[in-house]
Design a protein around this ligand. Structure first.
Ligand code: SF4
Length: 351
């Protein structure tokens, strides 16, 4: 049975009988011993939805309640097909560009944020806009704008073509230089090496980003920036939990979309630790041959992957024999972002 978005899902140990056993294991206790016949499944904590994704989904759902369908969403609201399909079934219409939205159509910008040009193209047409940009992405926009105001050129560490990077790029007057790896740094030609700043995409690998920052500081000693603080709490927590998980498993499965930056980084962590690691959209993408010779499987999920996909994967593993499930101890997340004011205003007006 699917678990609705935004609801906490109980963590059980599952056995072939499907009978749930104990809830999540305590943090200090040693990991339970696996019987020879049982496939041991360890779940990362935290995993899956972050506060920015939960907020974005809630924005679309509330907009549908207030205005009624259709509500137009520019791009995938978050990078997950299950989320997109569920919202589509409720009346959300996903479009590539603002120009695809009919006059008067309620317009939602995705959690990744949009450029000023995109926002202006909706404003010029007087489309009712609800901005689901994650507040942590907006914070990076403001940082970049502050640097530009101080006459600094801005270097954006991120992946070219990612929607968040395109949005950030289009928010900073004068534009940005995009660098992805330390190898990109020597290729930069800047106006004044003494007046430079850097900002980062929120969903990068903390370790890889440090390498790029080190290369920037080496070449431009006066450069200013946030160290890795632009990488959001959810990305950092999920990377930390994936690393802890990978230390205990023979196989790492990351549930998330192929175009999800933070999910790809989680897979990279497992691979870097020498653990066979796969990023899969859902349980159907599991290749049974990956389980050959495996006694412990680790599962985590990117910030845009709903918990129901993790639970479906656990159920799928039960098809191959007896399974026990435990959740590793990890950071308790309690971040909640406020909904945008325009949504509250619209709700009041609709009353
Ligand atoms: Fe916001 Fe981080 Fe979630 Fe992206 S991954 S939506 S920046 S909290």
């Amino acid at each position: 049975m699917p678990f609705p978005f935004g609801q906490k899902v109980p963590i059980f140990r599952w056995r072939a009988s499907g009978r749930p056993h104990f809830p999540e294991m305590g943090g200090d206790r040693p990991l339970a011993k696996r019987s020879d016949k049982t496939l041991r499944v360890l779940l990362a904590k935290p995993r899956g939805f972050c506060a920015g994704v939960e907020r974005a989904i809630e924005i679309v759902e509330r907009a549908l309640d207030i205005y009624g369908p259709p509500v137009y969403v520019r791009h995938e609201i978050v990078h997950n097909q299950r989320v997109v399909e569920t919202l589509r079934a409720k009346g959300a219409v996903f479009v590539e560009e603002v120009e695809d939205i009919p006059d008067g159509g309620v317009t939602v910008f995705s959690a990744h944020g949009v450029s000023e040009a995109v926002e202006n193209s909706a404003k010029v047409r007087n489309l009712p806009i609800i901005d689901a940009t994650c507040p942590l992405v907006s914070k990076v926009h403001k940082e970049g704008q502050n640097h530009a105001r101080k006459n600094r050129e801005v270097i954006l560490i991120g992946h070219e073509g990612h929607p968040e990077v395109e949005g950030t790029q289009g928010r900073i007057p004068g534009g940005v230089y995009i660098v992805t790896s330390p190898e990109d740094v020597p290729k930069l030609t800047v106006r004044d090496p003494a007046r430079l700043a850097y900002i980062t995409q929120t969903t990068l690998s903390v370790d890889d980003t440090r390498d790029v920052i080190d290369a920037l500081k080496q070449r431009f000693p006066d450069i200013v920036g946030p160290d890795v603080k632009d990488i959001c709490y959810a990305t950092q927590n999920r990377q930390q939990s994936a690393r802890a998980l990978a230390a205990h498993v023979d196989l790492l499965l990351v549930v998330g979309a192929q175009n999800s930056s933070n999910s790809n980084r989680l897979r990279d962590f497992g691979a870097a630790m020498g653990v066979p690691s796969y990023l899969i959209d859902d349980a159907d993408s599991l290749n049974p041959s990956w389980l050959d010779g495996v006694s412990t499987v680790g599962i985590t999920a990117g910030a845009s992957a709903p918990e129901e996909l993790v639970q479906e994967l656990v159920k799928r593993l039960e098809d191959f024999g007896e399974v026990s499930v435990e959740e590793l101890s990890g950071v308790e997340e309690s971040v909640i972002f406020k909904l945008p004011r325009e949504l509250a205003d619209a709700a009041r007006a609709a009353e």
